[in-house]
Ligand binder design. Structure first.
Ligand SMILES: Nc1ncnc2c1ncn2[C@@H]1O[C@H](COP(=O)(O)OP(=O)(O)OP(=O)(O)O)[C@@H](O)[C@H]1O
Length: 383
């Protein structure tokens, strides 16, 4: 969808902001560009909407060389969100959001309807917030208007330059979660600049880690954290990269252990004998429909049915949740294992041992992907 081919940007004073950059962003993919200040992230992004022209190389959008396109028409195909938001102070939130549809010549009513729909999508009530002016909103709300405005004309591509940089960490995390949810719905092709590695791994399908003017590694968050390509990347992602990896690795059904399972209506003495035979100290308890009810300890199984002795499960997780959530739930409930469900269906339990295996699996899987990434990076000398 967006392809950089040997793109270099040099300035007359000899500064090389971006040096022979080659990479590709697939349709519907969110790529985060991360690196220290001055490494060329913003330059990379601004070359896509031609706010900056490369010195050499070319950028293709959907196969078309963007240098052959009219810059104004090009920008209307590309949503742009920046940290300072850049809302027009004398226009209402609704008018701000409708800016691009208006420029595209949409009828006024249609543009306003679209703007209201978008405000709703980013979590702002158009009736309450739509008629306000930007200075009557909080910083987080202004960022959301910025995102809504960028999406208004439904551009296939979004460029986002530290869009959540100006808000406090709590609001920021909230905006990131909402943004991820939104991206699930709209599936735009996104280049997202940040200097925050946490944000980069949380949001990116893939991450480009920048050194000075060059990409040092371009891969999935799990691989960048699990197998940094260079000492520079290892240093940049931080010594706690193992912990960060927990948050980008999902629980898969293959990671789970299968403990003994009993049903609520089973006879308790029979269940006790079975657990004793299997040498198990506890079992998961399912109801008649196979949905998770809770668990039962072998040494508490007396007379009657399992339901008379079973305890409700305090915590469980959906398959696909992050290992970080699993680990955090184990700590919070002081539990040695956590049940994992697919909808209502019980899949198995995650234990600390399996969690470790899952972490190693995520790096292995990431490494298998490296072949693909190398193909894309092979034209970048030294990367
Ligand atoms: N007009 C210019 N003339 C000379 N050098 C420039 C010019 N504009 C940018 N640069 C330099 O290009 C390099 C890359 O800048 P860029 O804005 O892309 O960095 P960045 O990674 O986005 O940094 P930040 O996170 O601080 O925004 C920097 O060293 C910057 O000083």
């Amino acid at each position: 969808m967006i392809r950089f081919e040997h793109v270099t940007k040099g300035y007359p004073d000899g500064t090389v902001a971006v040096d022979d950059l080659s990479f590709e962003v697939a349709e519907g993919e969110l790529v985060t560009l991360v690196g220290p200040s001055g490494c060329g992230k913003t330059t990379t992004m601004k070359m896509v909407n031609r706010l900056i022209e490369p010195t050499s190389g070319r950028i293709l959008l959907d196969g078309e060389d963007i240098s052959t396109l009219d810059p104004v028409a090009l920008r209307r195909r590309i949503g742009y969100v920046i940290q300072q938001v850049g809302l027009f102070p004398h226009k209402t939130v609704l008018e701000n959001t409708a800016t691009v549809p208006h420029l595209l010549g949409w009828p006024r009513r249609k543009a306003r309807e679209r703007a209201a729909e978008l405000l709703d999508l980013v979590g702002l009530d158009p009736a309450t917030h739509g008629e306000r002016y930007p200075d009557q909103l909080s910083g987080g709300q202004r960022q959301r208007v910025g995102v809504a405005r960028a999406l208004a004309a439904d551009p296939p591509v979004l460029l986002m330059d530290e869009p959540f940089g100006a808000v406090d960490p709590v609001v920021r995390e909230h905006l990131q979660s909402e943004f991820l949810r939104l991206q699930q719905q709209v599936r735009k092709t996104i280049l997202f600049v940040t200097h925050d590695i946490e944000e980069a791994v949380r949001l990116g399908d893939r991450i480009a880690v920048y050194g000075s003017g060059r990409i040092e590694q371009f891969d999935t968050p799990a691989t960048v954290l699990g197998a940094p390509a260079t000492p520079y990347v290892a240093d940049f992602v931080g010594s706690d990269r193992g912990l960060k990896r927990l948050s980008v690795t999902p629980i898969e059904s293959d990671d789970l252990e299968q403990p003994p399972v009993v049903r609520l209506d089973d006879s308790a003495p029979q269940a006790a004998r079975r657990l004793a035979d299997e040498g198990a100290r506890w079992a998961v308890v399912l109801d008649g429909d196979g949905a998770l009810h809770g668990w039962v300890a072998a040494d508490t199984l007396g007379e009657g049915a399992v339901r008379d002795h079973a305890r409700r499960m305090e915590a469980w997780l959906p398959v696909g949740a992050s290992l970080k959530r699993a680990f955090s739930a184990m700590l919070q409930h002081d539990a040695g294992w956590i049940a994992v469900l697919d909808g209502d269906r019980f899949l198995g339990v995650l234990t600390p041992g399996r969690l470790h295996v899952a972490l190693r699996r995520s790096v292995g899987a990431g490494l298998r992907d490296v072949a693909r990434a190398q193909v894309e990076l092979e034209t970048v000398p030294g990367a």
